[in-house]
Write a protein that binds this ligand. Sequence first.
Ligand code: AMO
Length: 449
Amino acid sequence: MTGRIFIKDLKEHMGKEVIIGGWVDVRRDQGKMIFLDFRDMTGKVQGVILPNYTETLEVGKTLRSEFVVKVKGKVNPRPERNVKVGVLNGELELEILEIEVLAEAATLPFDMSLTGYNLELTTELDNRALVLRQPKVQAVFKVSETIIDSFREFMKKNMFFEFQAPSMVPATAEGGAEVFQLDYFDKKAYLSQSPQLYKQIVMSAFERCFSVNKVFRAEPSSTTRHLTEIVSLDAEMAFIDSWRDVRDMAEETVRYILKQIEEKNSEHLKLLDATLPVMIEKTPTYSLTEAQNMIFEKNGRDVRGEKDLNAQDEREICEIVKNETGSDFVFVYGYPTKKKPFYVYPNPENPEFNEGVDLICRGVEWLSGGRRVNKYDQLEEQVKEWNMDPNKIKMFLEAFKYGVPPEGGFAFGAERLTMQILGLKNIREACMFPRDMNRIDERLTEDGY
Ligand code: AMO
């Protein structure tokens, strides 16, 4: 639009005539004047049509929320008593000279000011296109953008090489039944659950690699923290001494992401009333057995001997660690070897437990990772023990036949991070177009959320 300026820049044009383009946010008629709030991608401004602009008033009367308009106006300072301190354009007002309607909007299905988590989540998701116009909803995705950007930045700063993993795969990386099958010509293939095997192959040649990939989990349960399609932030690194090197890299990655959000998204955090989780200098780390003992000692609930922490255990261990250290984060390592995928490295001193590690924060798992088996013979052995078909992962095994250093890696779920950093109640709020058992843009069941 020739001559258009962005709403955020209006203050630089005080006393001058300008052109803006945007949506009508709200219209308020007051006596012979019409007040209009306009919105573009950079913010909002209040405009007013004064009684002497009769032609413009006629157009003004036809406007409703979400009409798209081109506005010519004069930037005036607001009278002292109407100044809104700390609000964009709180010190100015647009005296509207001319309005051109570029596109009309149908009557809205609900009051837009209620969107952004005041309506039922189902309604918000059923009307995603419209709800995405709400700045509060946009704030979530701006933070999510920073999370993914800063993951990438941190990886590159640390010499990790970025690659793209395939989404259609011949075998399941994580094992289990939680996989979507697809027809691949006359064969069966799967949607990838994780770039795990590929990142290990790439690492075997590049030493350090990472990927930002869509992965697919046929999770049969409807919980507030599971989706069927997620963005997986994966990393893999060679020449480690133990799983502790992997943990330290994961910790520094999170620290960097939090710092970037603090710097780039302070207004979004304010809008969402969110406070960043606290990461202390050294994140507390416990073995699974220690964590289970702590839960038993502090809360009297006996989960000792279980193969993993369940949702309640994760909440409780976070609470205990927060009270004792102030940290919102806790690493838990050492899971029963046989209950985890074949590639995880068994602890040489106690092979029943592995060198896998999870990061938990505010009661939810953010990351899984650990050291992997890097010696070919041991890997071949474990493939057999796990009753897997070596033919299906031939390419993976081949990588390890020709010399691979001790190595490990980790993966974060981007939606989990967004949800937990912003304190959202449901992971679906942290995903623009969530997929779950009940929804694939269309609702599959009536009561699906
Ligand atoms: P894992 O299966 O634990 O590990 O996944 C890694 C992280 O991805 C997120 N996540 C999910 N988020 C939302 N909905 C889901 N259904 C879902 N499933 C997983 C979680 C989780 O911590 N290959 C290993 C990683 C590795 O060892 O490097 C893996 O995929 O935040």
